[in-house]
Design a binder for this molecule. Structure first.
Ligand SMILES: Cc1ncc(COP(=O)(O)O)c(C=O)c1O
Length: 386
């Protein structure tokens, strides 16, 4: 009989929580109206649900509902933030942006696109633990800098960047601060005021919500962020993002965030205990290196490099039993070593021979032990064979 692998890839995506699905279901069938229909109850119901979700999301990050723009996910939110701001501020003679080497491609690629249009982009390196050096950031900011984009938590190594300090530096210099919080929402505290964040990208599918829905937070006051729309059409979302709002996904997104916040302590405790158990178990072998900062990281993330084994062989050895990722899921179609692991100084062979474990709310200690056994056996077998 075919056994499905144990799922330890929660940084790629998570299953939808059953209570999230329940909240979404009526909006596919009975309450199917278009939130933009203002002439009948079907539209009003849908609009009320969207408004409620907007309020929930805003409250989760200390924003106001008018500052939330729904998008199809964090990729779109990052594109809207980076390209939208660059286009809006270009006329003021500002054409410089700053980001860091460990960003997701959904930040790096829009920046690269802007470079092709003549913008200047500084990509700062990170330290061997994955953290940004704040002095380097301060030095990189120029009078014509529009935006600093630094992710809240890394999708591969889980490292959490010092958002408060970065926000402070940006605001002192009159520069906008964007953060990609796709991996952080519902897992670490986010407060756009305390952290002085001007734009923040969010997504639902890393926190037990549905795929294909996200949001961009856009600050309206101190400063009021200017943004050029990247999708033009019916003028939805105050003209910033046209397209019929996807009510069931929006309702599910808000429910997932709400659930994440109510369960934050419980989930964090659970994830930390499983993550530590996995790390302890694996350390019975020599030559297992932790990638990323040992404590300033997401509770459910463990990223290791394994000495003395071939990366492809390692992944193949685990294949039918454990669903993990080597590098990030989004870049796993490319057979290049992870740009994040390279940025923290790992050699190519160690970057190839890496495993990213993403633990979720639904994993159990028994699963962690089974996975540990399998990983240890596979590594031992590969090392003996060489
Ligand atoms: C840090 C980060 N940014 C952006 C994305 C893309 O998000 P989405 O799948 O919602 O477009 C991901 C997902 O892999 C991510 O981990």
């Amino acid at each position: 009989m075919y056994h499905r692998p144990i799922y330890l890839d929660a940084q790629a995506t998570t299953p939808v929580d059953p209570s999230v699905l329940q909240a979404m279901l009526p909006y596919f069938t009975e309450q199917f109206g278009n939130p933009a229909s203002v002439t009948h109850a079907y539209g009003w119901e849908a609009e009320a649900a969207v408004q409620q979700a907007r309020e929930t999301l805003a409250a989760a990050i200390q924003a106001t509902p008018e500052e939330i723009v729904f998008t199809s996910g964090a990729t779109e939110a990052n594109n809207l933030a980076i390209k939208g701001v660059a286009e809006a501020y270009f006329g003021q003679g500002r054409h410089h942006l700053i980001t860091i080497a460990t960003e997701h491609h959904a930040v790096l690629d829009p920046c690269q696109y802007l470079q092709s249009l003549g913008f200047e982009v500084t990509i700062l390196p990170v330290q061997p633990d994955g953290l940004l050096d704040l002095e380097q950031l301060e030095k990189a900011i120029r009078p014509d800098t529009i935006l600093v984009s630094v992710m809240a938590a890394n999708n591969e190594i889980g490292v959490i960047q010092p958002l408060v300090e970065i926000g402070q530096l940006c605001h002192q210099a009159n520069v906008l601060f964007h953060t990609d919080a796709a991996q952080a929402i519902g897992k670490t505290p986010l407060d756009v005021n305390a952290q002085q964040i001007d734009l923040m990208s969010l997504t639902a599918h890393k926190i037990y919500g549905p795929k294909g829905i996200g949001a961009l937070y856009v600050r309206r006051r101190n400063p009021r962020v200017q943004l050029a729309a990247q999708l033009h059409g019916g003028g939805h979302e105050r003209g910033w993002r046209s397209g019929t709002l996807y009510t069931p996904q929006i309702v599910g997104f808000a429910k997932a965030v709400e659930l994440g916040l109510t369960r934050l302590d419980q989930d964090t405790h659970h994830l930390l205990s499983l993550r530590d158990r996995l790390w302890q178990n694996l350390q019975m072998l020599d030559g297992i290196l932790l990638n990323g900062h040992p404590t300033q990281r997401l509770p459910g993330n463990l990223n290791i490099s394994v000495e003395g084994v071939d990366g492809q062989a390692l992944l193949l050895g685990l294949q039918p039993f454990v669903a993990v990722s080597s590098g990030s899921a989004c870049s796993s179609t490319k057979i290049e070593p992870s740009h994040v692991l390279r940025a923290i100084g790992r050699s190519d062979p160690l970057a190839y021979a890496s495993l990213r474990f993403g633990i979720s709310r639904f994993n159990t200690p028994e699963e962690i032990d089974q996975v540990s056994d399998r990983v240890i056996q596979t590594i031992q077998a590969l090392r003996q064979a060489t």
